[in-house]
Design a protein around this ligand. Structure first.
Ligand code: F6R
Length: 611
């Protein structure tokens, strides 16, 4: 987590860095800071958001054509001015911004302290810059070499940019485990945690590889690896557009992204489905078709919302392709001694492609010989580079911290993988493949209709906004939808919410139900419809307030529920795509009414690059 921006060139650095940091605030927003190199280094840092930093710096000397900036998600040390980046070497010659964690910082700090270093913050980052300065002095080397030597002593993950007061026309950057992109302009370079701060200046970028170090001046970029070998920069063209990073008239990114879902689902299927032929084509994994055909088992690893998508995938792959599927929290999987064989296929799901736990799970499974496939949204991120093959979700940049369109795109890809595997294994008759793909082709239109519940969800939000708890119930493929609905509500409105399989309620949670408790039930007409009606009756008998997601035209649930939200009638496989939409809107409106920051909920960051 944390966002980094660096600039070196002919323009004033401050406005470029401020704008870039605002784009990266999804990565953390506990504090922000910028150091500008001109005659010496001027540094400004402040707890809070980038706007707090701007207010703090108003009227101060903001000149400089070289600078580094940071927006923080706190790991070591509370969010405060003192712990905000940039951090400095003892003599304040070197300034650093850092994303990641230096795991052996305590040992390094002790060693440095024994040599007389004193520290001003509680951060691991300050230890790293002291170490670099120490090496520069002890070995009498330049900054680039000192950084290289220091990084051989460091355990952990990092993306760093360092400015040097004595060499105001150069920056040194490096990465391992945390992302970093360098944009190449005309006599200028942009350095950032992702391409969003760069896109309006240049389309030419170099994604720094793990353990690469970049020496950047306003007219040169030199790359070395940690073994001191010069590397050739691989320049790629960005395909992102600036409009994708803006709110396009919506009040919040989350609302924009909810409404983008018909488009993102369509983009995700483009060129991949041929309904009339009953055929799915997935170029990114076709090399592994034989493996999928013969797999004894598929293991899905993911975190958070992506894990919920994984549960939908489990249902669909088992139903259509008849391969046993296990869905694992990546953070748990990596710390067990999981049984993985060469015949296993591991599917890693990650919107950002940078989640540390998911990356570690992938590395573990890869070491043990499994075939690893990825379902990621951010093109060029770390997980797609670790996997053998994969399918991008093509949902476009997701800026709202709460995941919405990425989830439905992940579910779409998983549906495609389920049908592709069914096609390979011959587990579905051709006519069924035609039927399912024809239904899937209509999903964008159906999601558009599901979005019409904005007013209904707004009204229900006004009814539940003062609740302290909520329960979400679903069965079968509706259960992961209930989990996702509960996660959305809790993360952006701070109402405690739990998702439960509807039938499990009687084994404990039913004790929670009283007239205050909103109970959101996925009660659409599918294979568990009748059973869910019984579960609703159990809730009503205990005076719970039922909010039901029902199929258009439903009357039975309407009679029982306090509030209903209709979604279009569709093939059961489409239920997660359709039923999730009203739950996203319900959370959005509830959070708004409670005065919460919808796009940047407290304590969270979009890209979780720490364990
Ligand atoms: C919830 C949310 C998180 C992420 C999780 C995994 O709205 O966004 O739960 O789903 O942190 O992130 P990715 O998918 O980037 O690996």
């Amino acid at each position: 987590m944390c966002g980094i921006v660096g600039y070196i060139g002919q323009k004033e650095a401050w406005p470029i860095i401020v704008k870039g940091l605002k784009r990266l605030e999804y990565r953390g927003y506990d504090s922000a800071g910028i150091a500008l190199v001109a005659q010496g280094i001027n540094s400004y840092k402040k707890a809070g958001k980038v706007t707090d930093l701007e207010a703090f710096a108003e009227g101060k000397d903001l000149r400089g054509r070289v600078g580094i900036g940071h927006t923080r998600w706190a790991t070591h040390g509370e969010p405060s001015d003192r712990n905000a980046h940039p951090h400095f070497s003892e003599d304040e010659r070197l300034a650093i911004v850092h994303n990641g964690i230096i795991e052996n910082y305590a040992t390094l700090k002790e060693e440095l302290a024994s040599r007389g270093h004193t520290f001003k913050s509680d951060t691991d980052t300050e230890v790293l810059i002291h170490l670099i300065a120490d090496i520069m002095e002890a070995e009498n080397t330049d900054l680039l070499e000192a950084v290289r030597i220091a990084l051989t002593q460091v355990v952990g993950a990092y993306a760093i940019v360092i400015a040097d007061r004595e060499h105001p026309n150069q920056l040194v950057a490096a990465r391992k485990g945390s992302p970093m992109v360098i944009g190449i302009g005309e006599k200028e370079y942009f350095i950032a945690s992702d391409a969003s701060p760069i896109i309006e200046y240049t389309r030419n970028v170099v994604y720094l590889k793990d353990q690469e170090i970049a020496f950047i001046s306003d007219d040169a970029l030199l790359l070395k690896n940690i073994d001191n070998e010069v590397q050739t920069p691989y320049i790629q063209k960005l395909e992102m557009h600036l409009e994708m990073l803006e709110k396009a008239g919506y009040e919040h990114f989350m609302l924009k992204e909810i409404h983008e879902q018909p488009r993102s689902i369509r983009d995700c299927m483009r060129g991949r489905i041929y309904p009339q032929e009953g055929k799915v084509q997935l170029g990114g994994i076709k090399e592994y078709a034989e493996k999928l055909r013969n797999a004894d088992r598929i293991i899905i690893v993911a975190c958070g919302t992506s894990w919920h998508a994984g549960l939908v995938g489990e249902y669909l792959i088992e139903e259509y392709a008849r391969v046993p599927v296990g869905v694992e929290y990546a953070s748990e999987f990596r710390y067990r001694n999981p049984i993985i064989t060469e015949k296993d296929i591991v599917i890693a799901i990650s919107q950002s492609g940078e989640t540390a736990d998911t990356m570690a799970a992938v590395e573990l499974a890869k070491e043990r010989g499994a075939t690893i496939l990825g379902i990621c949204n951010v093109v060029g991120s770390s997980i797609p580079r670790l996997t053998h093959g994969g399918v991008y979700t093509h949902a476009g940049p997701e800026i709202g911290v709460a995941s919405t369109k990425a989830f439905t795109a992940q579910v779409t890809v998983l549906t495609l993988i389920a049908l592709y595997t069914a096609q390979l294994r011959g587990t579905l008759p051709q006519s069924k493949l035609v039927e399912l793909l024809t239904a899937l082709e209509d999903a964008p239109l159906l999601v558009e209709r599901a979005l019409k519940c904005d007013e209904a969800t707004q009204y229900i939000a006004s009814e539940i906004k003062d609740s302290t708890n909520a329960i979400f119930l679903g069965r079968g493929i509706g259960f992961p939808v209930a989990l996702e609905g509960a996660l959305k509500l809790k993360e952006i409105s701070y109402i405690h919410a739990e998702g439960y399989p509807a039938a499990e309620m009687k084994h404990g949670p039913i004790a929670l139900i009283d007239k205050e408790m909103p109970v959101v039930v996925i009660a659409t007409k599918n294979s568990s419809y009748e059973k869910v009606i019984s579960n609703i009756q159990e809730v009503k008998a205990r005076k719970g307030r039922v909010i039901a997601i029902v199929t258009e035209g439903d009357t039975a649930v309407r009679e029982l529920a306090d509030y209903v939200i209709e979604i279009p009638d569709a093939e059961e496989a489409l239920l997660p795509l359709l039923a999730t939409v009203p739950l996203q809107l319900l959370s959005y409106h509830t959070a708004l009414l409670r005065g919460c920051n919808v796009d940047q909920p407290r304590n969270l960051a979009k890209s979780v690059t720490v364990e």
